[in-house]
Write a protein that binds this ligand. Sequence first.
Ligand code: F0G
Length: 349
Amino acid sequence: MWKGLLDKYEELLPVTPETPKLTLHEGNTPLLPIPTISEELGIEAYVKIEGANPTGSFKDRGMVLAMAKAIEEGSEAVICASTGNTSASAAAFAARAGLRCIVVIPDGKIAEGKLAQAVMYGAEIFAIKGNFDQALKMVREIAEKEPITLVNSVNPYRIEGQKTAAFEVCDVLGDAPDFLSIPVGNAGNITAYWRGFKEYHQSHGTKLPQMIGFEASGSAAIVQNKVIEQPETLATAIRIGNPASWQPALKAAEESNGSINEVTDEEIVEAYQWLARTEGVFAEPASCASLAGTIKKVKDGTIPKGSKVVHVLTGNGLKDPTTAIEKSAIRPTVIENDLNQFVEAAGVK
Ligand code: F0G
């Protein structure tokens, strides 16, 4: 029976006999082939469905470890800044563990489902008139002075926990893929995957993939090599202008012979809708920066035909129903409760 990541990867994680066996049964997410898109692009494409985690995003992988270590170290409260998913995950694990959870979010700029989660799990929520980068600065300052554990990805246990996704990819495929395509926001996850692939390379002899990361154009600090003071993108999860793991992300790209790139909101939305309609996979907009990026890289020849490409779908599409509905041309046809009218409207006679 699956008992979560601390159980499964005990030997590969910094857990001790004193680390509590915290879990919401996170991890073990599907690695799904996407055959129609594969054929269209001439590659062998897969999606790692991180939206299948207990709170609907990859954050649970790092949060379970960060929270367990916080308890082990005697902490009674955790704090984070978030574009929504980190706060949802922190709030859930804190609820499970009985810890106080304080979250700071950019007011009006997190998807509705994520806010609903933080509310339901009972977090103390502060929405600042500012962006994620400013919220992160604030919580870092508090965590330095107060006995409150910071659970953003600057907490090293977050990265450690998140590297397990790379292990799962290798376990399912029997090796690493040629390319790992991933959205980049605060740049912790690309850092974590690269660490995971390198560790498995050492311990299991799997190969090393080329890491290709994608920022949203309006928030592409790493690509433009400058801090973006006013980051913008419809993919609010990655609306970040000063990524905390900037240097490790660059290192992952360099060492793997990969790259950090950007995709526009239009390209993200196109990939978002294509994925849902052709493969039945609904991932949140930021997640689809990975597929949008691959489409570009296949076109420009960076990804050769026949390559095996794994796309990290970081969060569940249901987190952001507003964007899904606003961007869709499909609307419910409203009719009377009348069979004849229905038959006519639906053309099902
Ligand atoms: N995709 C989703 C759905 C995210 O929520 C995030 C980050 C990323 C991608 C980018 O990952 O930051 O490791 O490069 N969300 C953070 C949050 C910032 O607060 O939930 P990253």
